[in-house]
Design a protein around this ligand. Structure first.
Ligand SMILES: Cc1cc2nc3c(=O)[nH]c(=O)nc-3n(C[C@H](O)[C@H](O)[C@H](O)COP(=O)(O)OP(=O)(O)OC[C@H]3O[C@@H](n4cnc5c(N)ncnc54)[C@H](O)[C@@H]3O)c2cc1C
Length: 321
């Protein structure tokens, strides 16, 4: 038995979640852990030399079609090997890349799949996983069907990372992949710099869909003004066109770590929380006492933001004189 880990890397850098994958893989005790570093020519050597601890073996596979982590090529490269070698588990991150290759790889192998997993274990020789459902309000425990190989993606930030670095020698493996897999990577496009940089703010007043109407953003703006804070938001607020993308907090927006983060009408989906949970002090206002945001908040106010926020603004103005 063995566990394979698909190393997450971009622009030559290993992403933090790789250390979490390595630790989770080791913790299962399902045999040696092999890290796979996949990419185009010249893309894998740097990341393979900068891996966290936890791998018994590291395999680098380079091919033009793997450039940029092109998912169809990842599926092809790992699929062929997995059919031949039969790892018990193939583990990746529940990231944009993992969401792309993992379901396709599971389909190709006819393997059971669990995505966005927050806890993973073995019982009676089988694999069981915990996933959140209904926007984080419920936890579902699932048992993966018996099969030679399972595919699982782990939620970034949900597992403790492996400590330390390990620049062991990586084997370079040749892979004969088809030149045309129907899709190829072209380039990473850097987002243009906007007017505000929410990552630099000491205090963020962040609004979610609970604000209900763009006209009502003024309620949050006034609080931000009274506190000398910057306005940020959740993704739906951007998708609805109420605030620009540069103000979005979350996995598809910015990761922030201000001294104070005030969440107004934000439910606390993991895609949002992952990117603000390390803030110094988190205050959440939400009318739903079961909103997941309260799990990470240091202070929580259960109530209607349209009643609570004007009171906070008043208190902030008085405190500042
Ligand atoms: C691939 C992917 C990437 C994503 N990336 C991001 C991301 O980067 N950032 C992000 O934020 N989301 C992201 N999401 C979306 C995420 O899953 C959630 O849908 C989103 O965070 C929910 O935003 P919200 O909390 O503002 O809205 P909702 O979940 O609709 O929550 C609104 C909250 O407001 C409360 N509320 C309503 N009215 C009031 C009131 N009057 N007073 C007080 N409280 C009130 C409700 O109780 C509720 O909890 C992503 C999703 C996917 C699939």
């Amino acid at each position: 038995m063995s566990v394979w880990v698909v190393v997450e890397h971009r622009n030559g850098e290993v992403r933090d979640v790789t250390a979490e994958l390595a630790a989770a893989a080791r913790g299962l005790g399902l045999g040696p852990v092999t890290g796979f570093v996949l990419g185009g020519p010249g893309e894998t050597e740097g990341p393979a030399a900068a891996l966290p601890a936890g791998f018994d073996r590291v395999v680098r596979i380079e091919h033009e079609t793997l450039r940029g982590g092109n998912a169809p090529a990842v599926v092809e490269a790992l699929g062929c090997r997995a059919e031949a070698e039969g790892p018990r588990l193939i583990l990746g991150a529940h990231s944009a890349a993992g969401m792309d290759w993992a379901p396709a790889l599971a389909a190709r192998l006819g393997a059971p799949l669990a995505t966005d997993v927050t806890a993973l274990g073995t019982d009676d020789g089988g694999l069981s996983a915990t996933r959140t459902v209904y926007a984080g309000k419920l936890q579902a425990r699932v048992r993966l069907a018996e099969a030679p190989t399972a595919v699982v993606t782990l939620r970034p930030g949900a597992f403790a990372p492996a400590e330390g670095r390990e620049a062991g020698a990586a084997e370079a493996a040749a892979e004969d992949l088809p030149a045309d897999l129907g899709r190829r990577f072209v380039e990473w496009v850097q987002e243009a710099a906007g007017e505000v940089d929410i990552t630099q703010a000491d205090v963020l007043v962040s609004v979610g869909r609970g604000i209900g109407d763009p006209e009502d953003l003024d309620v949050a703006r006034e609080l931000a003004e009274a506190l000398g804070a910057t306005l940020s938001c959740s993704r739906p607020v951007v998708d609805l066109g109420w605030l620009p993308k540069e103000r979005q907090v979350g996995i598809s927006g910015k990761t922030v770590k201000p001294k104070v983060y005030i969440a107004l009408g934000i439910s606390g989906a993991f895609q949002h929380v992952t990117a603000m949970k390390d803030s110094g002090l988190i205050l959440a206002v939400n009318k739903d006492p079961k909103a997941p945001i309260f799990r990470v908040a240091h202070y929580g106010i259960v109530g209607d933001l349209f009643k609570v926020v004007p009171e906070l603004t008043k208190a902030a103005r008085e405190a500042r004189g």
